[in-house]
Design a protein around this ligand. Sequence first.
Ligand SMILES: Cc1cc2nc3c(=O)[nH]c(=O)nc-3n(C[C@H](O)[C@H](O)[C@H](O)COP(=O)(O)OP(=O)(O)OC[C@H]3O[C@@H](n4cnc5c(N)ncnc54)[C@H](O)[C@@H]3O)c2cc1C
Length: 459
Amino acid sequence: MPVDCTFVTDLPLSEDQYSFADEDRADFATDYGTTSADASPPDVVVYPRSTEDVSTVLAAANERGVPVTPYAAGSGTESNAVPVQGGISLSMADFDRLLEFRPDDMQIDVEPGVVGADLEEYVSEEGLYFPAFPQSAKFSTIGGMIANDASGIRTVKYGEVRDWVLELEVVRADGVVIEVGSNAKKSSAGYNLTDLFVGSEGTLGVITRATLDLAVEPAERLAGRAIFSDLSDAADAIAETIRAGIDVATLELMDSLTAEISNTYTGTGLPAKPMLLFELHGRGIEAEYAALAEILERYNPEQIDTAFDAMQRDTLWRARREIGKALQAYDPTRQLEVAGDITVPIGSYAEMVRFVGEVADSFDLPIPAFGHAGDGNLHYAILANPDATAELERVHEASQRIVEEAIAHGGTCTGEHGIGVGKREYLRQEADAAAIETMQSIKSALDPNNILNPGKIFI
Ligand SMILES: Cc1cc2nc3c(=O)[nH]c(=O)nc-3n(C[C@H](O)[C@H](O)[C@H](O)COP(=O)(O)OP(=O)(O)OC[C@H]3O[C@@H](n4cnc5c(N)ncnc54)[C@H](O)[C@@H]3O)c2cc1C
């Protein structure tokens, strides 16, 4: 059902700040995780350039009950930014300015449309960096990362995006602009509204400015990989590494199918074997590495390589970073139907890895598994032919089994991708009814007309 958005032409916006053209609307109908069958274009795309523009659009849409869905780089995996109920797609692309850099405070103010890699390049001149970036930071934006509470390969040491957000400027559904948080590293002043907006997937407000905390580039880095013949050995080594208190900055797992898929796409020479990729940061990391190697050696590695120079290290991480794209390119007859993202307590990690293998066997599906293993995160990808109905049902049943198992271990259906559309049913299974009701009452208090990204998180 089309939503009447013609009021947009009466707002104080210039004509190049909105478009009803089919080709422009089509650009906002999908994100990385949307299959072609689920594409859903907005009725109009609006391109705000200032907080005032966002406020004007939201106030007018709120009066009319018109849906507004913020859209950044569209790299979400759960159709998070897809306007499933039509209305307005709010393109955040023009909010791309780095505002104020305060190297002495190790902080930066940015607009939300700034791409992660641009921020990284800018702050690196002062020896600083943003350690919570996801693997998609080359193209995803700060606003999208905050709204999804993304995290990445260094989360095991440095935490997730939420841990590095100090202050936000947010436009509420009624158009009112609020500032939440503080530039202080810690604060007990009232409710933590900053954390409320982080991870809210554009359903509670539109972020128009963020103050981020930054870390100092490590004095030394040591990257390496351990190759195993048995996935189970690799998985067992992970929990022991963490339990032994080894201060890994990164500890990633790839199963053999994932390594093969990544290598086909990147040509980085990865053998098709299970492997752990790791990095250590700090001073005196040789001693830390010796302790790590001692643990890895106990799990029958075929080979452990270290002493990579900066270029070799980049190649290693490129192979990891490009798994997402490699999966999409792997088999042109299949689409990425499920981008699984479970996270479990570390003691259950190896069991979870083995369980995914059993599900792949019993459902007769290739399920590449990989993840930010050091923090208990395990991605599993299930590719399917979009026209094969029986196969699609099998795929979703297999995914359901994996999520149930993760929840049974005290884990979560999503460690970093958010709920969007694809994981709404899983949220109902994970959170108790009263907790979901509490979330919904927060949503109703902030967005009583349900205009902000409706159709997400809750069924
Ligand atoms: C190859 C690949 C690798 C990936 N690796 C990782 C990974 O390692 N870790 C990880 O966590 N994720 C990963 N992702 C998922 C994705 O990149 C992240 O969730 C990313 O943070 C989304 O950013 P975006 O700019 O693309 O936002 P979008 O996808 O455009 O939007 C994401 C959500 O944020 C909302 N939003 C956007 N801007 C605003 C705003 N200004 N105010 C309020 N809401 C807003 C949208 O409505 C939507 O709900 C990966 C994706 C791909 C394709």
